[in-house]
Design a binder for this molecule. Sequence first.
Ligand code: FES
Length: 105
Amino acid sequence: GKITFVEHDGTAHQVELVDGESLMALATGSGVPGIDGDCGGEASCGTCHIIVDEEWIQTTGRRSEEESAMVEMSPECVPNSRLACQLRATEGLDGLTVRLPEFQM
Ligand code: FES
């Protein structure tokens, strides 16, 4: 399976889906620019902000309260914003596309 990360300028990066890994780990492991994951996946840095495409939100679900507390500090936060470290890859996410904000926190 594949997950596609699209940078703010439209550059797309296809990443191999690894079941059970977080989207943050997949992105940083593949060198996707713009996802830093500074806190190592603790939902406490906000440098893994992604925006889930509307047609996938049913599948991924929306962010938790804990994620909201962090990601809502970003001026670019929108209703479909998530922290990539809190989104676990499963085969059901094959074909998922997420976009990156212009700036991470
Ligand atoms: Fe820090 Fe996701 S890696 S909030």
